[in-house]
Design a protein around this ligand. Structure first.
Ligand code: DGY
Length: 335
């Protein structure tokens, strides 16, 4: 590709770590950034993308079929994030727009949040913290505030990919937990590494003491954790979701917790996001909720910005995207 990089306009639709923006500017790209910490309104995203050659976006940018057809001139899209369910990949592929993402670099950060939420829910930590704030810590109470222990319990992983494997390693190392998992495909390497056992979705629901969700959000997985699923879980089970809120039905989850179908929950992702402050889940003893901070470490976010910039630089300099989501679109691209 023999284009002068100074002629290429990149629109960055969120405020991102400087490291990635600096990399792009050092290469000579003309980088235009949305400089407000609130998500860019859809009409402004469209207006800016129309005038640019490539888009660097995040999970808050809704890149649906209408958007893509209105911006079919885009050379490529670089997603700051491992998940890309905000982008209609089928349509992007049809239009020959390659999409890159940032896998790998946020694996530990996200697994730490899943692991932390599991412990926080099992010991009612967030609720107990609120009690102190409200002046309700009066004295030592031997029979109340009781949580549950995790040692030798069964962790069920829904989606044993990079993050699921790291969560399983933490649970096995810290608590000797027994690992079961459900995936689209069986993973012999991960099974060997973790001594993990592949089970059907129903077996996962029935056997897990802690069920941790690490799957992508797709048509197949949207709302899969519904009333029917929670009804099949143990009444002592803890449900953890650090993937996407769209995988669970939040009303069904709330009801399952209220009626004792399951015991507790730890969420870093909610449905919808952001969660409203009067959400009943926030006042439940056995529930811990965080505001989608799985990848929020300085290390992970800098690495994500670096990878997102590298995807753009490699595309324009070498005609390839190191972390490509839709290789087919790249093959069709006339460089
Ligand atoms: C991702 O990368 O998909 C996270 O959810 C946001 O960092």
């Amino acid at each position: 590709m023999n284009r002068n990089l100074n002629d290429i306009k990149i629109f960055v639709s969120s405020v991102l770590p400087d490291i990635g923006i600096d990399m792009l500017r050092r290469e000579g790209f003309n980088v235009i950034c949305w400089n407000n910490d609130t998500p860019i309104p859809p009409d402004l995203l469209l207006e800016n993308a129309r005038q640019c050659n490539a888009l660097l976006t995040t999970l808050t940018g809704k890149i649906d079929a209408d958007f893509l057809n209105a911006c079919s001139h885009l050379d490529m899209i670089s997603q700051f994030g491992v998940g890309y369910d905000n982008i209609n990949i089928t349509e992007a592929t049809k239009l020959g727009i390659p999409v890159g993402n940032t896998p790998g670099v946020l694996t530990d950060a996200t697994a730490d949040i899943a692991f932390g939420l599991m412990i926080a829910a099992s010991r009612k930590m967030f609720f107990m913290h609120k009690k102190i704030e409200k002046g309700e810590w009066k004295h030592f109470t031997p029979k109340s505030n009781l949580g549950v222990e995790l040692k030798h319990k069964t962790l069920g992983v829904f989606g044993l990919g990079r993050i699921g494997i790291e969560m399983a390693k933490r649970c096995k190392g810290a608590y000797g937990m027994n690992i079961i998992y459900h995936n689209r495909r069986q993973d012999a390497t991960a099974e060997k590494l973790l001594g993990a056992k592949y089970v059907s979705f129903d077996e996962l629901l029935a056997q897990a003491d802690v069920l941790s969700v690490h799957s992508v959000l797709s048509d197949e997985t949207r709302g899969i954790f519904s009333k029917a699923a929670f009804n099949k879980m143990k009444p002592t089970a803890i449900f953890i979701n650090t993937s996407r809120g769209g995988l669970h039905n939040e009303e069904d989850l709330t009801e399952a917790l209220q009626t004792g179908k399951i015991w507790g929950a730890g969420l870093d992702v909610t449905n919808p996001e952001p969660m409203l402050k009067n959400n009943p889940l926030l006042n439940m003893e056995n529930v811990a909720v965080l505001p989608h901070i799985g990848s929020a470490t300085a290390e992970a976010r800098n690495a994500m910005a670096t990878l997102a910039a590298e995807n753009i630089i490699a595309f324009y300099k070498n005609g390839r995207i190191p972390n490509i989501v839709n290789g087919e679109a790249m093959e069709r691209k006339i460089l």
